[in-house]
Design a protein around this ligand. Structure first.
Ligand code: UTP
Ligand code: MG
Length: 566
């Protein structure tokens, strides 16, 4: 089963001998790199399970340098055959090798075979993160070639620019951007191994515990280096769900909770977990307790995998949301590249920001893109997936949220829309730059506009919890700014598309022009044109109720808007 699944992946991994092993290579990257049109896709649950199993067979070992590769693989082979290795380095020049064994047993044995050094440390923690001492015996054998290091980061600026410049068309540029910036194999594995570390650490008291990644780490819309959202289930399933052992004679004694307030209890448990991580678990650092948010989270940075982590204990709807997004990406292979380019454009123009606030989030942008693709009939509505759901698709969260929708896409009709990526991108800018944000909202359930259910400037119905507005955080100023930037983007895209067909491409053709926004270090040209094509006053001149955006500072003596903020 595992091998069959593995064959569906197309990553390039490195064998213990340093040879590159290629699986069925597809042009698009992602968690599932298979020809989407054939619809033999792996379900979200199978994908999660496959990656979790892989993590159970893996350890990360810090080594002195790439010269240690030979020693390390020899040592590891004593615990069982190695399946794959991935070598990575950090910007601070630390060297790590991720080793996946054929069997879980080997990973367990190697983990338990480590030592704590000469003296027992104050916190003798055992985890899948180890380091190998330098050997005093000089090996006479010739070193195996260490595989080239891979990184959980997007391609370098120069490579990105070169690829975009050399692409054959605007659409190819969009595909290149996706291929060079999407999260790769190492990123996926390190995220699942970080989750595994947490599960292992808690497994004494909670042997069924699951730390499940959700959000961009698993929905197929994650870029290299994106954060890891995790939901922790101490019992391996949601609180309140029916257990399979309901009728068993023997029942575990359990702590009776002192508090009748479920939220207060979760906050207390998370405080304990945060302390535990801070004091006992190697790697987890900069622990921040954000326990009064709607969904309480623990934020931390893992300094061995370099991953930013957001851990929650009550966020099962978000996991089902990730599954919905994952399926949408699987349905058509234009979906992910389009979402990537739109998120990148939003970043370049300063519409999005790494910290959450009154601006549009990547999640909202993703839903805007999916809605547009539903309008174009590239994607089905969620309502269609709900109607096609079978008995095995029934899912309800502990809070009673109905998350039932079709999971098996094999019988879903293929889209008749054959637009290329550049047409869809231009269409996206066109659609949203003329959208009536004042009175209309978006519903991914119907795939159509709906009357707004509240007075928020932008209304995107949460597809699973329909009484919620996903974009409630967005201020009027930011909605106005979004519309302005969409109009500018439409103009630039139209120009760029005309240039591609009419004049010889210069260095700044197509997508490079679109992404050379004020916030884009990677695409900044030597002398960027800072002209603004549409001013807010022109767009909203008749609407005196619009309060002008505070973060957009007008440049003195000009009609330009300064994007520098935050
Ligand atoms: P994030 O804000 O972390 O977004 O929410 P993301 O998709 O991971 O994107 P980046 O890369 O961090 O910017 C994590 C997940 O939480 C769920 C979605 O599944 C989202 O992908 N979520 C978020 C909701 O269900 N509702 C919301 O309002 C926000
Ligand atoms: Mg995230």
């Amino acid at each position: 089963m595992a091998l069959r699944m593995l064959k569906l992946f197309s990553f390039r991994a490195v064998s213990p001998k340093g040879r590159l092993v290629g699986y069925q290579v597809e042009s698009y990257k992602g968690l599932m790199r298979i020809p989407v049109r054939s619809r033999h896709c792996m379900s979200f649950n199978d994908m999660l399970e496959f990656r979790r199993e892989q993590a159970q067979k893996s350890v990360v070992i810090q080594v002195y340098s790439d010269h240690s590769y030979n020693h390390l693989t020899k040592l590891c082979n004593e615990y069982g055959p190695i399946k794959e290795t991935l070598y990575y380095t950090t910007p601070t020049d630390l060297h790590f090798i991720l080793v996946e064994f054929e069997k879980k047993e080997s990973a367990r044995k190697i983990m338990e075979s480590g030592s704590f050094g000469q003296k027992m440390p104050p916190v003798p923690c055992v985890s899948p993160f180890l380091w190998m001492r330098a050997s005093s015996i000089k090996s006479s054998e010739k070193d195996d070639v260490c595989p080239k290091p891979v990184q959980d980061s997007e391609a370098k600026k120069e490579i990105l620019l070169q690829n975009l410049h050399e692409a054959q068309s605007f659409s190819d540029q969009i595909k290149s951007l996706y291929n060079l910036t999407a999260m790769g194999e190492l990123g996926i594995r390190l995220r699942f191994l970080t989750s595994r570390q947490l599960e292992l650490a808690l497994s004494g008291a909670f042997p069924f515990c699951k730390a499940l990644p959700f959000g961009s780490s698993v929905n197929g819309f994650g870029k290299a280096g994106c954060d890891l959202d995790l939901v922790l289930q101490l019992g391996g399933m949601e609180e309140g769900q029916e257990t399979k052992t309901e009728g068993a004679r023997l029942v575990y004694h359990n702590k009776n909770s002192q508090s009748s307030n479920g939220r207060a209890l979760v906050q207390r448990h998370m405080e304990v977990l945060a302390d535990f991580m801070q004091h006992f678990l190697p790697g987890f650092s900069n622990i921040q307790r954000i326990l009064h948010a709607r969904v309480p989270i623990i934020k931390s940075k893992h300094n061995l995998t370099l991953i930013e982590c957001d851990i929650s204990m009550t966020n099962m709807t978000a996991l089902h949301m990730s599954e919905f997004l994952y399926l949408m990406g699987e349905i058509d292979n234009r979906v992910r590249p389009l979402v990537f380019v739109i998120k990148r454009w939003a970043q370049a123009t300063g519409l999005t920001n790494p910290t959450p606030g009154r601006w549009v989030s990547n999640f909202s942008l993703t839903l805007l893109t999916l809605f547009y693709l539903q309008k174009k009939e590239v994607l089905p509505s969620l309502g269609t997936l709900i109607r096609l759901a079978g008995p095995n698709d029934k899912r309800f969260t502990a809070e009673g949220v109905n998350c039932s929708f079709l999971r098996d896409l094999s019988n879903l009709a293929l889209s008749k829309n054959k637009d290329d990526l550049e047409t869809l991108l231009k269409g996206f800018f066109e659609f949203y730059s003329t959208f009536d944000y004042g009175s209309r909202g978006l519903s991914l359930v119907t795939g159509n506009e709906i009357p707004k259910a509240d007075h928020s400037p932008l209304f995107i119905e949460n597809p699973l919890e329909r009484y919620l507005n996903v974009s409630k955080n967005i201020s009027m100023e930011e909605t106005v700014r979004l519309k302005v930037e969409l109009q500018n983007a439409l103009w630039i895209t139209e120009q760029a598309l005309e240039e591609v067909t009419s004049v010889k491409k210069d260095l700044k053709w197509g997508l490079i022009k679109l992404l050379a926004g004020p916030n884009s270090a990677a695409f900044k040209m030597p002398k960027p044109k800072t002209f603004r094509l549409v001013e807010m006053q022109d767009l909203f001149a008749e609407d005196s109720s619009v309060s002008h955006p505070q973060p957009l500072v007008k440049v003195k003596g000009s009609n330009k808007v300064n994007h520098k903020r935050r």
